[in-house]
Design a protein around this ligand. Structure first.
Ligand SMILES: [Ca+2]
Length: 154
């Protein structure tokens, strides 16, 4: 008589869909046993401290984050070796507004705060900018942010 020790794990938690949740406790266990898409690293999102708008070089909050707690009109001032530009300019591929003041973050396509713009409200997060465009344009949102301003008007 053999004895089976069956451990049934129910991976019922979707890795995304945290809109509206501003608690920074998103440290989900990296249940790497049977993830359909692999390479999900949910712990990295929690590397964004409360009060900051964070971006990462790659999708799924990988490689970073850059932490922007204030207004920054020129992301070329923030170096990051693994970005094609050598700076955070035109590099972001995932992001998280972990601000606590209720403000949105307006991001801009061009240094100085011009070109295309988008409002990322409090709690906004997107794990992969690829396939997204700036609002009302056909311009790719990926690797395209160059400035950020906190705003109560969005
Ligand atoms: Ca990128």
């Amino acid at each position: 008589m053999r004895k089976h020790h069956a451990l049934a794990l129910l991976a019922s938690i979707a890795a995304f869909g945290f809109f509206g949740s501003t608690s920074a406790s998103a440290a989900q266990p990296a249940a790497s046993v049977e993830t359909a898409h692999g390479s999900v690293a949910p712990a990295a999102k929690s590397d964004c401290p409360a009060g900051s708008f964070c971006v990462w070089v790659n999708s799924n909050y990988s490689d970073g984050p850059a932490k922007f707690s204030g207004n920054n009109s020129d992301w070329t001032q923030f170096s990051h070796a693994s970005c094609a530009s050598g700076t955070w300019n035109n590099c972001a591929t995932s992001g998280f507004n972990n601000g606590t003041s209720g403000l949105g973050v307006v991001v801009w396509q061009l240094v100085g705060g011009s070109g295309d713009g988008a409002c990322l409200p409090r709690g906004w997060a997107l794990s992969d900018f690829q396939g997204y465009v700036w609002p009302n344009t056909t311009d790719s949102f990926n690797d395209s942010i160059s400035a950020n301003v906190w705003s109560s008007n969005c």
